[in-house]
Write a protein that binds this ligand. Structure first.
Ligand code: AMP
Length: 573
C-alpha cells in the first residue's frame, strides 16, 4: 500500500467541494444503509433529504452503546457497513473522556493522505528546504478490544501500517530518525534516540517537528536532562546501555557511524551556555522552521518555542481528530494566530451547526454553505459509522480556498471555567495567559505548563491556575517573586470578560484568582497519568481545564507555593 499524492489533486478537490461532498454522503449512506443504527432512521434509503430530515445529530454518549457492542464482538454492521478492522482511541485530554471509534484501512489511508498533502505544501512553499526534518514522532504498544481487535491512538495505527512503511519519499522529507526509532514503543528511549540522530546529523537538519507543540517542548526538556550523555555517546560512537530496544539501538548506531569528538565538543559547548535561549538554532544552525500544531490549546507553548528557537517561523499544518481528519493549512508561513485549515471534502461528510442556533438543528448547513466570519460546530458523518456526530470543536470561517471554506480553530466547546453565571472560555483563558506571561517576562522564569479549574469548595468560588515554572537560564533555580506572580494573577483577571469582572469586583461572588505553582515535572506526571489511562504521547494535549478529582489530586500533591490577585479587576464601562 502506498499513496500517490499530487498538489493538483488538492486544487481539484477544493474546486469541486460541493459535488465531492454529495458523492461522499451518497457513498457513506449506501455503504451503511443496512446497519442497525442507520436503518432505524432511513430504512435502507441513501437519500440526502431524508438523511437531513430523519437522522439525529448526536454526541459520543448516544453512539457509545453501539460502538461498545462492536468492540465486544458483535458484527460491524451494528454501526458500520464497511469491515471494521481496528479501533482508535482519543487522548481524552481535550474532552475529558477517552472515546473509542471503529475504523478500517481507509481511516489510516486518510491520515497518510493528510500528512502527505501537508508535506507537499511545505516543500512547495519552500518552507521545507532540501535537507532533513528532526521529527519527534512516537508510537505506543497497541492494546486489544474484548473482541480482539487492535486498539491504539490514530498515530500508532498509521505508524504500524504499510502506508507509513511505504510512504513516498516525494511526500515526506526525510527524517533524521530511522523508522525503528519512531516505532519504538518506549517513548523515553525514542525521545533519546530522536535527539541522538538529530544531533549527529545537525548540519542536515532544516526543520524541527512534532505533532503537537507539547511533544516538542517535551523533547527540549529531554535534551536538558540528557545532553551530557548524548554528547558522550557521540564522542564514543556508542549508544547508551539503557537503550534496550535492539532494532532501535542498531539503527541509531548505524547513523552514529563512529566516534565524533569534534561534534561532541560543539554540543557540550552550546548546551553548557547558561541560557538556553535559541538552543534550537544554535544546535541546528540550518533549521529554518518549526513544525507542530500551535493552534487551540497548544497556543500556550508559542512563547516557549519562540524562546528556544529564536522565533523561527512555526508551521502549524494539520487539523484532525480520532473521529475524522478535517483539514490542512495551505499557507504554512501564516502567523500562528492567523492559521486556518482548509477542509478536505473527500474525507467525511461535513455539516456545520451555527453556534448561536445550537437548539435548532434546522439551521445546520453543508460545507459549502457556511458564511464568512460565522462560528460553527462541526458535525461529521464518517465512512466508519458516525452519523451527524458533533465533534465539539468551535470553528470560525476565515475564507475560501477555491470553493472550500477555511476555518480558524476557536476553542473546544464546553471547556469553560465558571463559578457563578459567568462562562470563561478557552479563548478567554488563552488571552489572559498571553498577558500574564508578558508580566512574567520581567522575572527569571518562564511558564512551561498550566491548567486550571473552578474551585467552588468554599464561598465565594474562585479560579485556580496551576503553573509550572522553569528558570530561563538552565542552571538557575526558579525564584518565585511574589509581586510578579500576584501581578500575573491580576493580568489574568483583567483580561476576562465584563461579567467576570462585575461578579468579582462589584458583587464579590467570585473570589480572587489564585496561581498555585507546582514542582518541576508535575505536568510530565500529569501526562503519564493520562497515558496510563490509554492516551498517547504524540496526541497528548494538556487539559486546559480540570474537572476530575483524580486529576486534581495529581496536581495538588505537587503545589509548592500559592499567590492571589491583590486587587480587583476594573469594571468594564
Ligand atoms: P484526539 O481525538 O485525542 O486526537 O483529539 C482531537 C482534538 O484535538 C480535536 O477535536 C481538537 O480539539 C484538537 N486538535 C486537533 N488538531 C488541532 C489543531 N490543528 N488545532 C487545534 N486543535 C486541534
Amino acid at each position: 500500500m502506498s499513496l500517490s499524492v499530487e498538489l493538483k489533486d488538492l486544487e481539484v478537490l477544493t474546486t469541486n467541494a460541493k459535488q465531492i461532498q454529495d458523492d461522499v454522503l451518497k457513498e457513506i449512506l449506501t455503504l451503511n444503509a443496512n446497519t442497525e443504527y442507520l436503518k432505524r432512521f432511513l430504512d435502507g434509503s441513501s437519500d440526502k433529504e431524508l438523511f437531513k430530515k430523519n437522522v439525529p445529530v448526536v454526541s459520543y454518549n448516544d453512539v457509545k452503546p453501539y460502538i461498545e457492542r462492536v468492540a465486544n464482538g458483535e458484527p460491524s454492521d451494528v454501526i458500520s457497513g464497511g469491515t471494521i478492522t481496528r479501533f482508535v482511541q482519543s487522548t481524552g485530554t481535550s474532552g475529558g473522556i477517552h472515546k473509542i471509534f471503529p475504523v478500517n484501512d481507509k481511516y489510516i489511508e486518510n491520515l497518510g493522505y493528510l500528512l502527505a498533502v501537508s508535506s507537499l505544501i511545505t516543500s512547495n512553499d519552500k518552507v521545507d528546504e532540501k535537507g532533513k526534518k528532526m521529527a519527534f514522532l512516537y508510537n505506543r504498544l497497541e492494546s486489544k478490544t474484548p473482541s480482539g481487535l487492535a486498539l491504539s491512538s490514530s498515530f500508532t495505527s498509521y505508524f504500524m501500517s504499510d502506508y507509513f512503511k511505504n510512504r513516498s519519499s516525494k511526500c515526506n522529507s526525510e527524517y533524521t530518525s530511522p523508522d525503528q526509532v519512531i516505532l519504538c514503543p518506549d517513548n523515553n528511549q525514542s525521545v533519546y534516540c530522536h535527539l541522538l540522530c538529530g544531533l549527529s546529523q545537525r548540519e542536515k537538519v532544516v526543520g524541527v517537528s512534532a505533532t503537537f507543540a507539547h511533544a516538542l517542548i517535551k523533547a527540549i526538556n529531554a535534551l536538558q536532562i540528557y545532553w551530557k550523555e548524548l554528547s558522550s555517546n557521540i564522542r564514543s560512537g556508542h549508544v547508551s546501555e539503557w537503550i534496550t530496544d535492539l532494532d532501535c539501538k542498531n539503527a541509531v548506531s548505524a547513523i552514529l557511524g563512529g566516534p565524533d569528538p569534534e561534534l561532541a565538543d560543539v554540543i557540550e559547548q552550546e548546551c553548557s551556555h547558561k541560557s538556553w535561549e535559541g538552543i534550537i538554532t544554535r544546535l541546528w544552525p540550518k533549521a529554518k522552521f518549526i513544525e507542530c500544531i500551535v493552534t487551540g490549546q497548544m497556543a500556550q507553548y508559542i512563547p516557549t518555542l519562540d524562546f528556544y528557537s529564536n522565533k523561527l517561523p512555526i508551521v502549524s499544518m494539520v487539523y484532525g481528530s480520532s473521529e475524522s481528519i478535517f483539514g490542512v493549512n495551505v499557507d504554512p508561513l501564516s502567523k500562528p494566530q492567523d492559521v486556518s485549515y482548509t477542509f478536505l471534502p473527500n474525507i467525511s461528510y461535513f455539516e456545520f451547526l451555527p453556534i448561536d442556533h445550537e437548539e435548532d438543528m434546522n439551521t445546520i448547513v453543508d460545507l459549502v454553505g457556511v458564511k464568512l466570519g460565522c462560528y460553527y460546530e462541526t458535525v461529521v458523518t464518517s465512512y466508519f459509522g458516525l452519523h451527524r456526530y458533533l465533534i465539539g470543536d468551535i470553528l470560525q470561517v476565515t475564507g475560501f480556498y477555491n470553493n472550500t471554506p477555511q476555518f480558524r480553530f476557536v476553542r473546544r466547546k464546553n471547556i469553560v471555567l465558571s463559578v457563578n453565571s459567568e462562562a470563561t472560555t478557552e479563548q478567554d483563558i488563552l488571552k489572559g495567559l498571553a498577558s500574564a506571561t508578558l508580566v512574567l517576562e520581567s522575572s527569571n522564569s518562564m511558564l512551561t505548563g498550566f491548567t486550571c479549574y473552578a474551585d467552588i469548595s468554599s464561598f465565594p468560588g474562585h479560579y485556580v491556575f496551576y503553573w509550572e515554572l522553569k528558570a530561563k537560564d538552565v542552571d538557575d533555580v526558579v525564584e518565585l517573586d511574589e509581586n510578579v506572580l500576584e501581578e500575573c494573577c491580576y493580568a489574568l483577571e483583567e483580561s476576562f470578560d465584563a461579567l467576570y469582572k462585575r461578579l468579582r469586583s462589584k458583587e464579590g461572588s467570585i473570589g480572587a484568582l489564585e496561581i498555585k505553582v507546582v514542582q518541576q515535572g508535575t505536568f510530565d506526571s500529569l501526562m503519564e497519568y493520562f497515558i496510563s489511562k490509554g492516551g498517547s504521547v504524540a496526541q497528548y494535549k494538556t487539559p486546559m481545564c480540570i474537572n476530575s478529582s483524580e486529576t486534581l489530586a495529581v496536581l495538588e500533591d505537587k503545589v509548592i507555593a500559592r499567590f492571589y490577585s491583590q486587587k480587583s479587576p476594573p469594571l468594564n464601562l
